[in-house]
Write a protein that binds this ligand. Structure first.
Ligand code: ATP
Length: 391
């Protein structure tokens, strides 16, 4: 067996989604300060700065940001999926790992983008539907095994969302250096309806609580992992084995405790959420350094350990950052935009996970080994008999 994948550099794709103004923001008479200017450009205006203040005339009230793609409230779920994630499926089938993660402050639309609703399904559903379609189209040549797992990281502990009674799970590194979750339930199916039912069931198990900023705030990071293993059906000369994994991640909201009026348990959760998001931010900072020689500490949180390959290793990765357009959310929006802006310079090194099993060559090599052992044995026999004669 030999690994024949070649590696190449790949830039992180960063998308930005601005959600519509919420009812509560409208009730509080918030104004809109974040606008999408075109397919890629977004402008954020500081509501605190007075345009008529001559003393501040030199200081710009606006800052523009450029992303791979930008959406506002006019974009529907399908458009967001097509522009961010659809392109990863072909790669997944060819053996490239992929990651899509939703980032942003609480209540800005991460779960809406990833999971969506029954009427407006999100990236999970669109991706799985297209993946299964692609599998069907190629199943004459390839035999597939699909495994799916769904977990949450809550207060730095990993819980299996498909089997919550299994307690807390550990992260382990396998012999190839890949991070695995020990004992996680893996569902083997290519039935999209079955998977969606599991996801919906799993999502109900997810730790959710109302905060002042979001009535159904997700207090954990949710990770949906889909592993695709395929073997070519033709065994004549060379059998190809491809393996790729896709992570789809709905991060918990980055938030300020003061803003969400959190107390007690919520405040403790906030500290854990911020710890892993801070670790994620530190990794993004280190990885986005121009010369890339800064040490990247993935070990600071479970989230960054799990995302090690997605951020700095073998994965095509898409980050979808979310903001509110409201003046009240200006600070969070500015932080999120600069975070996402930094992530643009991250590069990963992607490699096809391809194994070729050559039956004929393997058989030939075995035959040669046996033959050479036989020859050595015969030579030894001759030598032994000559010695006997001499003596
Ligand atoms: N693009 C959008 N169009 C319509 N409604 C949206 C959009 N984005 C978010 N919403 C609505 O805003 C509310 C908050 O969104 P959501 O729960 O997805 O936020 P979140 O970022 O996942 O928050 P948290 O981090 O607290 O879990 C929901 O009611 C959701 O339906």
């Amino acid at each position: 067996m030999n690994d024949t994948g070649e590696s190449k550099d790949q830039q992180l794709t960063v998308a930005l989604r601005i959600r519509p103004l919420s009812d509560s923001e409208q009730e509080e008479a918030a104004t809109i300060v974040a606008h999408r200017l075109d397919d890629q450009m977004v402008v954020l205006m500081n509501p605190m700065e007075d345009p008529d203040n001559i003393l501040r005339a030199n200081r710009s009230r606006e800052k523009t940001y450029m992303f791979d793609v930008a959406f506002d409230c006019s974009a529907n779920q399908e458009e967001v999926y097509r522009a961010t994630t659809k392109g990863l499926i072909e790669g997944l089938i060819s053996g490239y790992n992929a990651t899509v993660f939703a980032y942003g402050p609480t209540g800005c639309g991460k779960t809406f983008t990833m999971l969506g609703t029954d009427r407006e399904p999100g990236i999970y559903v669109h991706t799985l539907n297209d993946l299964f379609k692609a599998i069907e189209e190629t199943s004459d040549d390839m035999q597939y095994n699909i495994f799916m797992s769904y977990l949450e990281i809550y207060n730095e502990m990993i819980r299996d969302l498909l089997n919550p009674s299994s307690g807390f799970l550990d992260l382990r590194e396998d012999s190839k250096g890949e991070i695995q979750v020990a004992g996680i339930t893996e569902v083997c199916t290519i039935n999209a309806r079955e998977i969606m039912d599991l996801l919906m069931k799993g999502n109900k198990q997810r730790t959710q609580e109302p905060t002042a900023a979001n009535q159904t705030s997700s207090r954990s990071h949710a990770v949906l992992q889909v592993s695709v293993r395929q073997t070519s059906r033709c065994r004549d000369l060379l059998q190809e084995v491809r393996f790729a994994r896709l992570f789809m991640i709905d991060l918990a909201g980055s938030e300020r405790a003061s803003q969400t009026q959190n107390r007690g348990q919520r405040l403790k959760e906030g500290a854990h959420i911020n710890r892993s998001l801070l670790a994620l931010g530190n990794c993004i900072n280190a990885l986005s350094e121009k010369h890339g020689n800064k040490y990247v500490n993935y070990r600071d949180s479970k989230l960054t350990r799990l995302l090690k390959d997605s951020l700095g290793g073998n994965s095509r990765t898409v980050m979808i950052a979310h903001i509110s357009p409201a003046s009240l959310a200006f600070e969070e929006s500015r932080n999120t935009l600069s975070y996402a802006d930094r992530a643009k310079s991250i590069r990963t090194r992607v490699k096809r996970n391809l194994l070729n099993v050559s039956y004929h060559i393997m058989l030939l090599q075995c035959y040669k080994t046996v033959l050479s052992l036989q020859v050595k044995r015969n030579l030894l026999n001759v030598f032994y008999h000559i010695m006997l004669l001499v003596l």
